[in-house]
Design a binder for this molecule. Structure first.
Ligand SMILES: Cc1ncc(COP(=O)(O)O)c(C=O)c1O
Length: 479
C-alpha cells in the first residue's frame, strides 16, 4: 500500500500532526506514570530477537504501526534512569522542558557548528557556558567551554587539549597521574590518545578514597629523576563509587609548582555545586585548568549532554581549529565562536538549547532546591542507617552517594558471608524490578551503593527498598 503521494520521505501535515500528537501523549503518560512502572526485565538475546523482523523493509509501513511496535517492545521494557527508585550507577532524572527542547533542536535540525550557520544557537551555547563558568568561578571572559555528548567526551577533549599545551607534538616522555578511584572514561581517553601504559601512574587512595598526596608527590619526584615529563593530573570532584572529592587545593598547589595541567573530572559531582555542602567541597575547582561536568546527570538533562570548561578558551581553539576551504563561508569573526573549533565534532546537534530552556523556564533556584534536597536526603538516610542494628555504613553520604552493607550486629557474619548476603540482596531487588540497586566493591568488600540525585525520590521510597532488602537478607540467611 502506498502511504502518500508526496516526495519520498515526506508526510502530509495531517500525518505529521497525528504522529506527533501520539508521541507527545506517550511522553506525557511516561512522565506522569514513571513512578508506577517496573524496571527493565533482563531479556536474553534470543527472546529479544523474536520481537523484531530482521529483514530490510523495502516497502512502507504505516507510521502508527511502527510506533505501536516500538511502544510494545522498546518503550515497554526500557531502562528507567529517571525512576525515583533507580538508585544505581548515576541516575538521570530528566525534565520535560529539556525533552521538548531536544525535540525542537532535532526537528529544526539545527547545526551547532559554525557561527554563521546559526548565530543565535551559538549565542545560546555561549550564554549557557558562561553561566557554568560563573557557577564554578572560572573566568568568564578568558575562560570557555563546549557542550559534548557526555562526560567521556568531555574528558577526552580535555586530555587532547592538555596534551597539546603540555607537550606540543612529542608526548613520548609525558606522564599522567590519577587515583585508583578515577572514572574509567579517563583511562579510555588516555588509550585513545596513544599514551602507553607505562606513561600512566595510578595513585592509591586513602581510607576516605581520596588520592594520596604523599604517594603522588613520590611518583612525580621519581619520574623527574628518570628524565620523564610529569604532564597531567586528573583529579576527582565526586568519584562515581563514593562521591569523594580529592584534596583539590593541594593538587592545585602541586600542579602549579610542578607545572602540570590539572584536569578535574566533575562529571558526577559537578552539579553538587548548587548545594551548600557541594559548593564548599568544590570551592577549589576554580583552580583547575579544565573541568568536566555532565548535565545529563545532576543538571537534570536528558541524554546526551556533557560539558568541558577551560580556564583559557584559547587552549581549546588552538587545539582544535582547522581551516578547510569548504568552511570559510560559515566562519564568524574573532568574537563569534565556531564551536567546531572548540572540540572534536564538526556537525553538532544543538545541545545547549535544552540546558538553556530548562534553566530559563524553571529558574536556577529550582535546580538548587533539587540538588540540595538530594544531598540532604542522602545524609538523612545515613543517620537512619546508623541507628539500625542491621546495617553498616561503609562510606558515608557524600554528594548524594552512600555505600553500606547488611551486617547485623547480632550475627557476626564472616567477610565471605557478608559478600554473599549483600550480593543476594541486590540480585533479589533487581529481579523484583521494583528498584535498581546494585553493588560495588570497596576495599575488597561487596557493598550496596545508592546514588540519590533524583529530586522525586522520597525517604519512603528508600526506606521501602531497605525494608525489602532486610526481608531478602533474612530469606538468604534462613536457607
Ligand atoms: C566521574 C565520572 N566521569 C565520567 C563519566 C562518564 O560520563 P558519560 O557516561 O556521560 O560519558 C562518569 C559517568 O558516570 C562519571 O561518573
Amino acid at each position: 500500500m502506498k502511504i502518500n503521494k508526496l516526495a519520498p520521505l515526506t508526510l502530509s501535515s495531517e500525518q505529521m500532526r497525528a504522529c506527533g500528537y501520539k508521541v507527545i501523549d506517550l511522553l506525557v503518560d511516561h512522565f506522569d506514570t514513571i513512578h508506577t512502572k517496573k524496571h527493565a526485565a533482563k531479556h536474553k538475546r534470543e527472546a529479544v530477537d523474536a520481537l523484531f523482523d530482521p529483514t530490510i523493509p523495502y516497502e512502507a509501513t504505516d507510521s502508527s504501526k511502527v510506533l505501536e511496535h516500538i511502544q510494545d517492545t522498546v518503550l515497554k521494557n526500557a531502562d528507567l534512569p529517571s525512576h525515583p527508585k533507580f538508585y544505581s550507577f548515576v541516575p538521570s532524572p530528566s525534565n520535560y522542558i529539556s525533552v521538548m527542547a531536544d525535540t525542537l533542536a532535532t526537528g529544526y535540525n539545527i547545526f551547532s557548528g559554525g557561527w554563521t550557520a546559526s548565530p543565535e544557537a551559538a549565542e545560546i551555547e555561549i550564554i549557557s557556558i558562561n553561566w557554568l563558568l560563573e557557577m564554578f568561578h572560572f573566568p568568564v571572559q578568558k575562560g570557555g567551554g563546549i557542550f559534548t555528548s557526555g562526560g567521556s567526551m568531555a574528558n577526552l577533549t580535555a586530555l587532547v587539549t592538555a596534551r597539546r599545551v603540555q607537550c606540543g607534538t612529542d608526548f613520548s616522555k609525558a606522564v599522567i597521574y590519577l587515583s585508583d578511584q578515577t572514572h574509567s572514561s579517563n583511562i579510555k581517553a588516555i588509550r585513545v590518545l596513544g599514551f602507553n601504559k607505562d606513561q600512566v601512574r595510578i595513585i592509591p587512595t586513602d581510607l576516605e578514597f581520596k588520592i594520596s598526596i604523599n604517594k603522588l608527590k613520590n611518583e612525580i619526584a621519581k619520574d623527574k629523576l628518570m628524565g620523564l615529563q610529569p604532564a597531567i593530573i586528573i583529579a576527582n570532584a565526586g568519584t562515581t563509587n563514593t562521591g569523594t572529592v580529592d584534596p583539590l587545593n593541594e593538587l592545585a598547589r602541586i600542579a602549579k609548582k610542578e607545572k602540570l595541567w590539572l584536569h578535574i573530572d566533575g562529571a558526577y559531582g559537578g552539579g553538587s555545586v548548587l548545594s551548600e555542602q557541594g559548593s564548599e567541597l568544590l570551592a577549589a575547582v576554580s583552580k583547575a585548568d579544565s573541568l568536566t561536568i555532565d548535565p545529563h546527570k545532576w543538571f537534570f538533562q536528558p541524554y546526551e549532554i556533557g560539558c568541558l570548561l577551560v580556564k583559557n578558551h584559547k587552549h581549546l581553539s588552538d587545539t582544535f581549529t582547522e581551516k578547510p576551504e569548504y568552511l570559510r563561508d560559515i566562519e564568524g569573526n574573532e568574537s563569534e565562536i565556531n564551536f567546531y573549533d572548540y572540540g572534536i565534532q564538526l556537525t553538532r546537534r544543538f545541545r545547549a538549547l535544552k540546558f538553556y530552556m530548562s534553566i530559563k523556564t524553571f529558574g536556577l533556584n529550582a535546580f538548587k532546591e533539587a540538588v540540595q534536597y538530594s544531598v540532604d536526603l542522602t545524609e538523612s538516610l545515613e543517620d537512619k542507617l546508623r541507628l539500625s542494628s542491621q546495617w553498616e555504613i561503609i562510606s558515608p553520604a557524600t554528594l548524594a552517594v552512600i555505600n553500606f552493607r547488611y551486617n547485623p550486629i547480632a550475627l557476626e557474619l564472616s567477610e565471605k558471608e557478608l559478600d554473599e548476603v549483600n550480593q543476594y540482596i541486590s540480585q533479589q531487588v533487581v529481579q523484583s524490578r521494583d528498584a535498581v540497586f546494585v553493588t560495588t566493591v570497596l576495599n575488597g568488600q561487596v557493598v550496596l551503593r545508592m546514588c540519590l540525585i533524583n529530586p522525586r525520590t522520597t525517604m519512603d521510597d528508600v526506606l521501602g527498598t531497605i525494608a525489602d532488602c532486610e526481608r531478602y537478607a533474612k530469606e538468604f540467611l534462613e536457607q
